[in-house]
Write a protein that binds this ligand. Structure first.
Ligand code: SF4
Length: 93
C-alpha cells in the first residue's frame, strides 16, 4: 500500500485527531483495537495511584468526568482492586 493510500486511510479514521495537540507535533492516531480503559498488571499506573480514584462502600470509583462518560455514566470501576485497572485519563496524585 502506498504512503498516500495509508495517509488517506488514516485521515478518514475517526480515531485520528488533529496534529499540534495532545503534546505532540503530528496527528494523534489510536489503533483500532485501542480501549480507553483496561485491566493492568499491579505495580504501575493504576486507579490506586490516580488522583481521580476513590474508595467507596460498594467498591472503587472514578471521579473523572471523561471516564464516567466513556463508561456510560457509571462511576464504579469494573474491578474490586483499583491497582488492577487504568485508563487514558490517569493523573498522578
Ligand atoms: S481516571 Fe482512569 S486511572 Fe484514574 S481513577 Fe479514573 S479510570 Fe482509574
Amino acid at each position: 500500500m502506498s504512503i498516500l493510500k495509508i495517509a488517506t486511510r488514516i485521515a478518514k479514521t475517526p480515531e485520528t485527531l488533529p496534529g499540534g495537540e495532545f503534546g505532540g507535533k503530528g496527528s494523534f492516531v489510536l489503533p483500532p483495537e485501542h480501549k480507553a480503559g483496561i485491566e493492568v498488571p499491579k505495580g504501575g499506573s493504576s486507579c490506586a495511584n490516580c488522583k481521580f480514584g476513590e474508595a467507596k462502600d460498594d467498591g472503587p470509583h472514578c471521579n473523572n468526568i471523561y471516564w464516567i462518560e466513556w463508561n456510560g455514566g457509571d462511576a464504579k470501576l469494573p474491578v474490586e482492586d483499583p491497582s488492577t485497572y487504568c485508563s487514558d485519563w490517569w493523573s498522578s496524585k
